[in-house]
Write a protein that binds this ligand. Sequence first.
Ligand code: CA
Length: 357
Amino acid sequence: MKMFGKTTKLLVATAMLAGLSTASLAKDKVYKWKLATTWGPTLSPFIDAPKNMARLVKEMSNGRLIIRVDASNKHKAAFGILDMVKGGQYDMGHSASYYWKGKDINLLPFTSMPFGMTAPEQYAWFYYGEGMDLMQKAYSKHKVLSFPGGNTGNQMGGWFRKEITSVDDLKGLKMRIPGFAGEIMAKLGLTVTNIAPGELYTSLERGTIDALEWVGPGMDIKMGFHKVAPYYYTGWHEPASELQFLVNKKKFNKLPADLQQILKTAIRVSAYDMYIQNYQMSAKAWSKMVKEYPNIKIKTFPKSVMTAMKKANKDLLVEKTQGKPLLKEILDSQAAFQKKAREWTKMSDYLYLKDNL
Ligand code: CA
């Protein structure tokens, strides 16, 4: 009995030690991750979202999760983010979902849809509607988790060399415009392409393209597009472009629960922060644009062009969802949410602004 008692005690002590050391090991273990972005090292506010996220994670985890942010000049694959996170070369990514429409069209709607939801409507869809579940469903075949990563708000319609007075003026133009809007422009007779952010100005200046859309005054002015293409059109195509944080699912599942929660919290905070940072940048740039850049001509597409865009959008929504049940499910969910939310937007923000401009 005595021996048995001793052995038992020893076993218990060993188990306790083992348990303690496992717990303390888990507590002290430092996870070192890498994140790849589509953005260049100084492209504010896009690059600030992953940088803020990494800083918050480091501080909140007391240094247990360290995330290195690699800008596009480091990995040289601005549009390879999904592949690199999927393949495990990077643990995380920061980019825009619609850049992979050629690879997987189901991922397209999570950035923004032409004539779609505004930023508050879309955030409500993501976090209190079906958005997050549908996004994980669409990304699951890539073994990647996806989270909203910062919103641009309503984007400007782009920079053109010449005034657009009719649909005929658009025909034959070469334009950089990604996402579903690119499909619409192609249907209207433009040659559509996507170009990495770092090559936009050169492409426009050299005439590789005739027109482009980027984001809004806060980000556009610094790029210098107005020097080449002074007609600046108001938006219709990206009312609420959301960037995405991607996380390799296997790597995420290996994190202890507290670090998973810290990561998700930092992602959500930095996404919101990018939204308001971009709003501030655009408000500031807009207020001085008229004075400092008198050559810029602010325009809205004529009614005939808007009508043609809306018709093309409607037709394409039918065409593109043929035989694609998941894409249809996502777009239907967005449309249903937008319909309900828009009634409230009209009663609240719209009527308030209409009477107070
Ligand atoms: Ca854009």
